[in-house]
Structure formats: structure tokens, C-alpha cells
Design a protein around this ligand. Structure first.
Ligand SMILES: *Cc1c(COP(=O)(O)O)cnc(C)c1O
Length: 463
């Protein structure tokens, strides 16, 4: 099916790439000018009066982004199928923490972290648009833990997709995270242990994408957090959470978001731009606090990455920040490109800041203290990423008096060592992973160099 002229179009944040419809935006990933695709304008939130379930709200909220590229019934079926994989009837339940705080639990998907919310949908949409074009794609991912298992779970059973995930064998991938990747038994997904660090894995993946012949030969594609489809899928839970809190309090909430690549909190910005009533955003960081410093001072200054107990936030270059900067620069692609090239050249740049946003950082000791305090107070176990978001709220002095929704981005059992060291309690795995430690591990080993990985990918994939 070709896009109708009425379909929403997407432009690059650097202003120098062809406009695409939703399907091509998703399959393209990074724009050819190096920018990120965003809709020409944000649609208004639809009337949600009749929408009850998460899947119904999701279908209604996302529809304007892809109307004209897929049949509505096909899209609704994909949405329903994606969220049927979650182990909670509300998909992303909102749980009251105390008088003025709620938790938005985003970890009920197949791999126990919030990335499932987007990837379960995006994997199915990729498959749909590829099959329609009679194409296949190979998803190649370097992972330090969370992204790999979520990408694998999103591609299992998808006819048009192969998935190869490269993880560092000597890296900081936890036992649970490794087993989530190596115990998947499906012909189109492959966990590959590379003899090197996460940076080595990432360099190899970058090298593979830069090799045009190879890229075309195996039809490489990315589902990383710059993919617009992921941002779109995440808009939904800001809407459902605000709705739930409004029903209890009559007020608009502040959202506190544990942040790394900025994809999650960016979706909150999009929800607000679509008309959602939000009282503010707290961007929560661990010791890698480039975003806190930016929100405090207006300057973005790169620092080396330091490892922490919340590893999915060990990031100093938050790629999705570019989408927010584009909006703050009045959607001027040239100004955005200039700001980013100055940052790349000097590691330092002054950048505009959004209103109603606060940043706060927690180091590992403070994060453990938050986990311990909540366990003592309520018996509830927080994963370290979630704890950074919960603790950040108390570190913002001038937050408006509004109900606060803390985004819980991982299940505590995904990071059992950090949780146990803070509380003395080892969090149990949810039922669908109860036998994770008995399952057989399948892993292919490879030396950490590009030609070896390329040869392996050719051998593993089915086309
Ligand atoms: C990926 C991840 C984050 C960071 O989200 P971004 O969208 O990259 O900002 C936070 N917590 C967990 C558990 C994650 O897996």
C-alpha cells in the first residue's frame, strides 16, 4: 500500500532530508542528514471517552501518527496482540505509593523493563510494513543488557525479521540479563557473546552499518531508541497515567522519569504537545548527570561515562535530546544542526531549556538509600533505575504542588544484586521467568572484530 497524501509526514531535525510517511520513517531510522525524524506537526489527542482498555487508548492515541499507511483494523489487531504479551491486565498499571505519589509500572512486558512497551509494538509494525513491501530485515543490536533482550523478544516469531544481538562476554551484563537473551529458543533470533567490552560491540555494530555493501546485502535495520515508532508507543502511558491520577485527584501530575537516552521523557513532551495536561517533568539521572547540569545551567557539557548500579542510564550523549532541542529552536533544522555540530566539535554548547522541567541526580549510595527506605516503609522493592526517579523528586526544591507519577522502568528482579545489597532481600522473578535458571542457554561466541561478526551474521540469518 502506498501512503495517501493525507498521511502525516515526518521531517528531519536537521532540516535536510526528504519527508517520509510513518512507515518509511520507521524503516529508515536515522535520517540521511544525520538527524532524527519527527512529525511535521503534533496531532491533537483524540477524544478518549469511549476507550477503556490500555490497547483501546493506545490505538486511539497513536492512530493520527500512522493514519494513511495501514488499515485501522490491522493496526488495532497489532496493538492488541502487542499488549497481550504483558502480564498485567492494565498493561502499564498505576499504583499508589503514598499520599501524593504514584508509580507507573512499565515492567510488565516479556523482558521486565520499559523498553518492551515500545518494542513489542515496533517489532510487529516492522514486520507488517516489511511483509507488505516483500522485504526482510536484519536487526543488529549491541547491548549492555536491557535493549538486547527486549529486541529479541520483539522479533521472536516475526516472519520478516532476523535479530542478532551482540553482548560483551566480559561485560557488566547481569546473569538475569544474559539468560533472558541466551534462553530464547527461536530460529530467527541469536544471542552472540563477543570477546570484548560493550564499547567494542558498539563499534562493531557502527562499523557494520557504515559498510554499505554489507548493509544492503543483509538488509540491516535498527530498532534503537531514536526510532520514531518507539517514541510514539511511549506517549500512550503518559496519557493513561495522567487519566488515572486525574480520576483520583482531579489534578494534572508531575512525571519523574529515570533517563538515559531521553526517549522515555521525550514521549512525555510529545504527549504534552498533543494537549495532555502535565504539571512538569523531573529528569532523573545517576552519576552520569549531563542532563541535570544542562537543566541547572543551560550548558550541555560532555563528561566520560561512569558505570553505576543503574546501567541503562549510563549515558552521556542522550540522542533523543535532539528532538526536544529542535522544538525549542522553533523547529529550525539548520539551527539544530549547527548546535549539534558545535557540541560534537567542542564537547560544550549552550542550549535552550524547556519550562516546567527539573533535573536531579543520585549517586549509587543515595540510590541504595532510596531502595532501602521504600522497602522499610512499604515493603515495596524498587529497581535501581526506578529508585533514581523516586529519589529525584525529593531533590527538586521548587516543584509545583501536584501529584507525582514516578515511572518504574524495570522490575526489581532484573537487578537483584543491587536490590539485595540495599535491602537484604533478593527479589523473586515473576512467574513467567520462574524457571529462568533451569533453562538451557544458547550462545554463539565470536571474536570482537568486524569481519568475524559480518561472516557470522551472514551465516545466522535466513535470507
Ligand atoms: C533504557 C532504560 C532507561 C532509560 O530510558 P531512556 O529512554 O533511554 O531515557 C531507564 N531505565 C531502564 C530500566 C531502562 O531499560
Amino acid at each position: 500500500m502506498t501512503a495517501t497524501t493525507s498521511a502525516l509526514h515526518y521531517v528531519s531535525t536537521r532540516g535536510d532530508a526528504p519527508q517520509l510517511d510513518f512507515a518509511d520513517t520507521m524503516l529508515t531510522g536515522l535520517a540521511p542528514d544525520g538527524g532524527l525524524y519527527v512529525p511535521v506537526q503534533f496531532p491533537r489527542l483524540p477524544d478518549l471517552a469511549g476507550a477503556e482498555s490500555y490497547a483501546e487508548v493506545a490505538g486511539a492515541v497513536m492512530w493520527p501518527f500512522l493514519d494513511g499507511t495501514i488499515e485501522r483494523a490491522a493496526f488495532d489487531a497489532i496493538v492488541a496482540d502487542a499488549y497481550a504479551t504483558f502480564d498485567h491486565p492494565d498493561v502499564c498499571p498505576v499504583v499508589r505509593l503514598d499520599e501524593r505519589r504514584w508509580m507507573l509500572e512499565l515492567f510488565h512486558g516479556p523482558t521486565m523493563a520499559f523498553k518492551d512497551v515500545a518494542l513489542q509494538l515496533v517489532g510487529r509494525l516492522f514486520d507488517h510494513f516489511l511483509q507488505e513491501r516483500d522485504r526482510r530485515a536484519t536487526i543488529l543490536v549491541a547491548t549492555s543488557g536491557d535493549t538486547g533482550s527486549a529486541a529479541m523478544a520483539a522479533t521472536v516469531g516475526r516472519a520478516a525479521l532476523d535479530c542478532v544481538v551482540l553482548f560483551p562476554d566480559g561485560g557488566r551484563v547481569s546473569d538475569v540479563q544474559r539468560r533472558q537473551m541466551t534462553t530464547i529458543d527461536a530460529p530467527n533470533v541469536h544471542a552472540v557473546a563477543a570477546s570484548g567490552s560493550f564499547d567494542d560491540c558498539q563499534d562493531i555494530v557502527k562499523g557494520a552499518f557504515a559498510d554499505r555493501l554489507f548493509r544492503d546485502e543483509v538488509q540491516l535495520s535498527a530498532m534503537n531508541s531514536i526510532n520514531w515508532g518507539r517514541v510514539m508507543a511511549q506517549v500512550v502511558y503518559y496519557v493513561t497515567a495522567a487519566r488515572a491520577v486525574r480520576a483520583e485527584t482531579g489534578e494534572a501530575p508531575v512525571f519523574s522519569v529515570p533517563t538515559g537516552n531521553f526517549g522515555n521523557v521525550l514521549a512525555g513532551w510529545v504527549a504534552q504537545e498533543m494537549g495532555l495536561d502535565v504539571a512538569g517533568f523531573v529528569v532523573a539521572s545517576n552519576a552520569n548527570d549531563v542532563l541535570t547540569r544542562w537543566l541547572e545551567t543551560g550548558a550541555i557539557t560532555a563528561e566520560p561515562v561512569v558505570p553505576t548500579i543503574s546501567p541503562s542510564m549510563d549515558i552521556q550523549v542522550s540522542s533523543n535530546l535532539e528532538r526536544l532541542l529542535f522544538d525549542l529552536l522553533d523547529r529550525d533544522g539548520r539551527a539544530t544542526a549547527e548546535l549539534l555540530s558545535e557540541y560534537r566539535a567542542t564537547g560544550h554548547v549552550e542550549a535552550p531549556r524547556p519550562e516546567g522541567w527539573w533535573g536531579a541526580r543520585l549517586d549509587d549510595a543515595e540510590t541504595r538509600a532510596v531502595i532501602a527506605e521504600h522497602h522499610e516503609r512499604s515493603g515495596m522493592l524498587l529497581d535501581p533505575h526506578t529508585a533514581v526517579g523516586v529519589g529525584a523528586v525529593d531533590r527538586v526544591a521548587d516543584l509545583p504542588d501536584a501529584p507525582v507519577v514516578c515511572l518504574a522502568t524495570a522490575h526489581p528482579a532484573k537487578f537483584p544484586d543491587a536490590v539485595e545489597s540495599a535491602t537484604g532481600v533478593r527479589p523473586p522473578l515473576p512467574p513467567h521467568y520462574a524457571d529462568l535458571y533451569e533453562r538451557e542457554e544458547r550462545v554463539v561466541e565470536v571474536s570482537a572484530d568486524l569481519p568475524a561478526v559480518q561472516a557470522l551474521v551472514r551465516r545466522l540469518i535466513q535470507h
